[in-house]
Design a protein around this ligand. Structure first.
Ligand code: SF4
Length: 520
């Protein structure tokens, strides 16, 4: 009786395109994402893969799914016809003609492609000077009618077994407290490394200029790092107080950045007129120094993160109290570490601006919706990469271990920032499908980035020759870490008698030149 009733829910599912597409009576177009998922999870009969021109393919690793620009999978490892394995990218296209139609053959970002994966290709199909083609039509491990719904619904949520790093087993075997301590120490290494970079730079250009170089580079993100630094050089920005208003800084920063030149002034708003009125009087003093607009990368930035808007944040900070003073006062305020991030944010959050809160650039039309000049996630990046390392460097250089300790405490307390692809991948590889290594704080995120840089960055997708798993296993075998109660002070505790910066008993470098510290 139970099964004789019409299964409404099943009917609903059949109405979804995932199931409808591959009904044998009316096959529809295959979604490219299914092909990507089939490759990602290697739902293939892997023993009989052959390229269209007949080469036997052995997939050692399918690579890491790239959801940004460029080929679909990076760092794949394949071998063909028994030749030594090669490493490179995989491009997935439904149709063999997609390679040329999408301009991949002319795009330098696709030069690293070693294999093209398509749905179907005529036998012996090969194009000179283009990577070999592997068709999946006859290579799936399950008929598509059955596999399709899984590829649509479940595959995107699962981590393929091959993506799991070899360290995930040893890490999963450790008590959570011990994993937290490893992450804490990795985060400390990152803080110390950045702090040392600041100290070295300050030795050359002074503390204020080193701070501002860092701030502008971080405001420029990866792609506009250099144009930002160039603007800082031309304007000789070192944070020493000049009595310019935010608008006067704005006109200089935008002017030297090339954003007030003719092409950029096509849309004549009141703000543009006001800026130009100020700019034409001083423009000649920057003769030969203005950046061309093509020096800036805007393409991959979200509108809210466009470089003009970041320069306005700098203009506001430059026009207010010196940034170094604000940071030093904040770190020495004697308040608890809890909410210290909010206290700094309150001092530095950009003030509302009638123009920039509603425009992505000088040229774009007004948006009714308010777009803040700087959000908390970007502020967290600035704090973790610039403000706190700079303060740590200062405290270390001036021999103030107590202050150094405060910096470290606030660093470890800072709430987590925005997730990104590098973090997601590091988390997935380290945790596999086991308990998540959840970034609870921004320092945990920094730790994951450091491990990815120190270990994943020196290995490959198969974790070959990575020493991290063995190190984790060794750590797990030490008596203090063998139980879930593990000693929270553990091996990184600084004993009395330790030399500043180095614990001889445990051979652990400590981030602060102090005899004792609390663990956050
Ligand atoms: S390369 Fe090393 S650290 Fe990275 S996932 Fe593999 S085993 Fe882990």
């Amino acid at each position: 009786m139970l099964y004789s009733e019409p299964d409404i829910y099943l009917l609903w599912r059949r109405e979804t395109h995932a199931i409808q597409i591959f009904s044998e009576s009316a096959p529809g177009p295959l979604p490219e994402r299914w092909l990507q998922q089939a490759w990602r999870h290697q739902r293939l009969d892997r023993s009989r893969l052959r390229t269209a021109d007949g080469r036997r393919v052995r997939v050692l690793h399918p690579g890491f799914w790239n959801r940004g620009a460029g080929p679909d999978f990076r760092d794949a490892i394949v071998s063909m016809d028994g030749a030594p394995a090669i490493r490179g990218a995989i491009e997935v296209d439904l149709d063999i003609a997609g390679w040329r139609q999408h301009g991949h053959d002319r795009n330098p970002a696709f030069r690293e492609v070693i294999l093209r994966v398509v749905w179907s290709a005529p036998a012996a199909a090969a194009e000179p000077q283009s990577p070999p083609v592997l068709a999946l039509e006859d290579a799936l491990d399950t008929p598509l009618q059955t596999l399709g719904p899984w590829l649509e619904e479940e595959a995107p949520l699962l981590l393929p077994q091959l993506l799991t790093g070899r360290c995930s087993g040893p890490l999963a075997a450790l008590p959570a407290k011990v994993v937290s301590r490893i992450l804490e120490q990795a985060a400390d290494v990152r803080l110390r490394r950045k702090s040392e970079e600041f100290a070295a730079r300050a030795g050359v250009v002074g503390w204020n200029r080193a701070l501002w170089e860092g701030v502008l580079a971080a405001l420029g993100y990866r792609h506009n790092h250099w144009p930002m630094r160039r603007v800082a050089e031309v304007l000789d920005i070192d944070g020493s107080s000049r009595s310019w208003s935010a608008l006067e800084w704005e006109v200089r920063l935008l002017g030297v950045g090339g954003f007030l030149e003719a092409g950029a002034r096509r849309r004549e708003s009141d703000r543009v007129r006001e800026l130009w009125h100020l700019w034409w009087r001083i423009r000649d003093s920057f003769h030969g120094e203005l950046l061309p607009t093509f020096a800036w990368h805007s393409g991959r930035n979200r509108p809210l993160n466009l470089p003009e808007r970041r320069l306005i944040v700098a203009a506001q900070w430059l026009a207010s109290r010196p940034l170094a003073d604000i940071l030093l006062n904040w770190i020495a305020d004697g308040e608890p570490a809890r909410s210290s991030d909010s206290r700094l944010w309150e001092r530095l959050k950009p003030t509302p601006d009638g123009f920039w809160d509603h425009h992505w650039t000088l040229r774009t039309a007004r948006n009714e919706k308010v777009g803040p000049l700087l959000g908390r996630p970007r502020f967290t990046d600035l704090a973790m990469n610039i403000f706190l390392p700079w303060l740590h460097a200062q405290a270390t250089a001036t021999g103030r271990p107590a202050l150094c300790s405060v910096v470290r405490e606030r660093y470890h307390r800072w709430p987590k920032g925005e997730d990104n692809a590098v973090l997601r991948l590091a988390r997935q590889r380290l945790a596999g499908n086991g308990p998540t290594i959840g970034p609870k704080t921004a320092a945990t995120q920094q730790a994951l980035l450091q491990i990815a840089r120190d270990f994943c960055g020196h290995s490959d997708a198969l974790c070959r020759s990575c020493r991290f798993p063995a190190m984790v296993r060794r750590w797990a075998e030490t008596p203090a870490n063998a139980t879930s109660e593990g000693d929270a002070g553990g091996t990184d505790r600084i004993e009395s008698g330790c030399r500043p910066g180095q614990c001889p008993k445990h051979a652990v470098s400590h981030p602060c030149p102090e005899p004792s510290r609390s663990t956050t």
